[in-house]
Design a protein around this ligand. Structure first.
Ligand code: SPD
Length: 287
């Protein structure tokens, strides 16, 4: 007798402070790696998706909301693109968006958990897409915090942090020492970018991240957008640089190269998103 495939009918939720954020689907893989719990799901609405330690990371039909907004303000604004660093990003989406830029010569991606890469390649191949075979990509399975600490000064044109939430293996990606090292390894004209949590669901964490980055870089600004599958849907990414806010001045030939294929990001969208700081965050940051 043939067994019928499991229906996509269970609720899969991220729980946070008496609220749950979820979608209907079924669980494909649920395992513990050396670093975290990894869950792969198939959802009705957004295709296959990934949770780490029970928190939503990405899904096939929604990942562009996140990856385009993390990558293009940094990559379009940096003076040069000889050498770019991604910390985390094991699903491949951030690397894919970076490598759409032809001027980018060398990309180091440092992911602590090899299992995230293996499972993403198998279940979420559209995220990394051709990036996995791109000769410019150098994938290192190592601790990103140690990598940044051990990197010589002025090594990278762009440093992008694509970690999970500030807990577990990603906790050390949000503190002052780490941000100081990120600034140190940037070349002149370089840009730092990190996901900086939700101004609603993780309000205090978000404010603390922006405040800390502003203590270290001359220029640092959060950009506000939406990743509907994340807690509250309202999300942020923070960009920083030295000398001038390079991330606010996208270089036009880089924009032309990618704009037609973007779902969310455009110069117009970016300009609005940098201005979209809610008043309560502005007040807190000005204290
Ligand atoms: N709560 C979600 C935080 C997600 C940060 N990274 C997502 C990984 C996508 N490449």
């Amino acid at each position: 007798m043939k067994s019928s495939p499991a229906p996509l009918n269970s609720w899969i939720d991220e729980y946070h402070q008496d609220i749950r954020y979820g979608m209907k689907g079924k669980i494909l893989i649920d395992e513990k790696s050396a670093f975290q719990r990894i869950t792969l799901i198939e959802s009705k609405r957004y295709g296959k998706g990934l949770l780490l330690d029970g928190c939503w990371m990405t899904a096939e039909h929604q990942e562009r909301h996140y990856h385009e907004c993390l990558v293009h303000p940094a990559i379009c604004g940096a003076k040069n693109l000889d050498k770019v660093l991604i910390i985390g990003g094991g699903d491949g989406g951030t690397a894919r968006e970076c490598l759409r830029h032809k001027a980018l010569k060398h990309l180091d991606m440092v992911e602590i958990d090899e299992r995230v890469v293996q499972l993403s390649q198998k279940y979420l191949p559209s995220l990394g897409d051709k990036a996995w075979d791109d000769p410019r990509l150098n994938l290192w399975i190592q601790d990103g915090i140690a990598w940044v600490k051990n990197t010589p000064d002025s090594s990278y044109d762009v440093v992008i942090i694509d970690g999970s939430d500030p807990a577990g293996p990603s906790k050390g990606l949000f503190n002052k020492t780490f941000f100081i090292n990120c600034r140190r390894i940037l070349k002149p004209g370089g840009i730092f970018a990190t996901q900086s949590e939700s101004p609603e669901a993780f309000r205090h964490v978000h404010i603390e991240i922006v405040r800390t980055i502003r203590e270290i870089f001359e220029y640092a600004d959060p950009l506000y957008g939406w990743v509907p599958m994340y807690p509250s849907g309202w999300w942020s990414w923070t960009f920083a640089s030295i000398g001038e806010p390079h991330y606010k001045n996208p270089i036009s030939f880089r924009v032309q190269e990618i704009a037609q294929e973007c779902d969310i990001w455009s110069i117009r969208w970016q300009q609005g998103a940098f201005k979209a700081m809610p008043a309560f965050i502005e007040r807190e940051l000005n204290k």
